[in-house]
Design a protein around this ligand. Structure first.
Ligand code: AMP
Length: 444
């Protein structure tokens, strides 16, 4: 079977790795950058913007691709899956309509309201900042301000973290509306949820889901959760599928929410096929929905895909054929720890074109996985671009061992201008997270 993976980041490298392990798949890829890891696994690749739908479809037709998997959100919004479908090519990713669950935050919130899905937050959208003021006041300024459309994970601002008080909130509300950040002269304002965040990814066949293990991402740039929001600096998961602060019943509440969302999408006439991603805040009142994505998370894909024991392409076929309800998730019971290597200055002003030397064999020998992201390949080394460079994932029975292995592997990545959040998954940070959650539950 010929499989085309669209996208050139570390998430897509992890998808390609899962496809490559599949017993009768032949891998092809389309990416805007030359990801050396993806290139090595692919029989053939095309360097092209992933949102250039006609070119991607033409390539899929030329190579007689049987199945396409789309990594990032932008080509979903551009209607890539719809166009592939018109050309008789199957994709294990959602259509443009189903992907609105991610690409239109107002539509997503309205869907939750319409189908009375648990885990909702108070929210309203506005085109006029003056009208927004009353709502912001009613929440005492404890809010998250969100552009409606895609901003690459960087348009959301939260009170206390990114601004203080009603006046600063209104400044950003005006900016989002005035500058059409996220594509519309509109802003979504949500009640601020307080707690610990977790990610729950699942496979969906449009009727049933198969949930994967919970993961915790770290969006803030600097150790101790300081600094600007990024695409994600690293993430961890535990062998029992839960997180140190997340109980089984809370995990199941999250999975039930995803199941209900998939059912409501079907009832809306846009059946959802592919991986679905729920970002939740675990509050004193249970998990609340922060956002839903129409794809795997990056970095979270790297925590789950290496542990898949089932054949990934068979799973994709089950999703397309509506067979998930009869399946059980087969995952290795291991803990994972993923840390990104990014260019110095990332999140503010990245140092571009800086050399990174990666000793792939030594990394492999530690038992870690290496996933390349946005780099350029020079002769015997790679160089940084403006985005994240590569990720290393330690895998072991315990989180502490996964952390040790990941750090060991990172010693084989050398560069004068790289940055890593070494505190991710450290015992101190995990302890702080648990104490935070205990305080919120009132059990500290
Ligand atoms: P998003 O792009 O929606 O994932 O938002 C980025 C980050 O902002 C999330 O990972 C959260 O840390 C934070 N965030 C978003 N919405 C809320 C909310 N309603 N309450 C608290 N934090 C939020």
């Amino acid at each position: 079977m010929k499989v085309l993976v669209v996208g050139g980041g570390a998430r897509e490298h992890a998808i390609c790795d899962a496809v490559y392990r599949s017993k009768d798949a032949e891998l092809y890829s389309v990416m805007h950058n030359l990801n050396p890891g993806i290139k090595n696994l692919s029989k053939d690749h095309l360097i092209e913007k992933e949102t250039n739908v006609p070119q991607v479809v033409a390539y899929a037709k030329e190579k007689e691709i049987d199945l396409v998997i789309v990594g990032p959100e932008a080509p979903l919004e551009a209607g890539l899956v719809n166009e592939l479908g018109k050309n008789g090519i199957k994709a294990c990713s959602p259509t443009k309509e189903a992907a609105r669950i991610e690409t239109d935050k107002e539509w997503m919130r309205n869907l939750l309201k319409k189908y009375n899905i648990p885990g909702q937050l108070k929210c309203e959208s506005f085109t006029d900042a003056n009208k927004a003021k009353k709502f912001i006041d009613s929440l005492n300024g404890e809010i998250a301000i969100k552009p409606i459309g895609l901003t690459g994970g960087k348009g959301v601002k939260v009170s206390g973290d990114h601004f203080k008080g009603v006046d600063e909130a209104l400044d950003y509300v005006k900016e989002v509306i005035g500058k059409k950040i996220g594509g519309q002269s509109k802003v979504l304002i949500e009640e601020k949820a307080i707690g610990e965040e977790f990610t729950l990814q699942a496979f969906s066949d449009s009727q049933s889901i198969l949930p994967l293990q919970a993961v915790q991402d770290h969006k803030r740039l600097l150790p101790g959760d300081k600094g600007t929001n990024t695409g994600g600096m690293g993430s961890y998961s535990c062998a029992d599928g839960l997180l140190p602060f997340l109980t089984k019943s809370e995990y199941e509440e999250g999975a039930a929410i995803l199941q209900k969302i998939v059912e409501s999408l079907r009832r809306e006439g846009c059946p959802y096929i592919g991986p679905i991603y729920g970002q939740f805040m675990l509050t004193s009142d249970g998990p609340k929905i922060i956002e839903i994505n129409a794809r795997f998370g990056d970095p979270e894909a790297m925590n789950v895909l290496p542990l898949l024991e089932a054949d990934f392409i068979e799973l994709c076929q089950d999703m397309l054929e509506g067979n998930l309800s009869s399946k059980k998730m087969q995952l290795q019971k291991k803990s994972t720890l993923c840390k990104y290597v990014v260019p110095e200055g990332y999140g503010v002003k990245s140092m571009v074109g800086e050399k990174i030397v990666v000793d792939e064999k030594s990394i492999h020998d530690t038992g870690s996985k290496l996933f390349y992201a946005s780099v350029n390949k020079e002769n015997d080394y790679i160089s940084t671009t403006g985005s994240r460079s590569l990720a290393v994932v330690g895998i072991a029975d315990t989180l502490a061992d996964a952390e040790t292995i990941c750090e060991e592997a990172l010693r084989h990545v050398k560069g004068d201008h790289i940055f890593i959040r070494h505190d991710i998954g450290s015992p101190e940070l995990i302890e702080r997270r648990m104490q935070h959650m205990n305080k919120i539950r009132g059990t500290a």
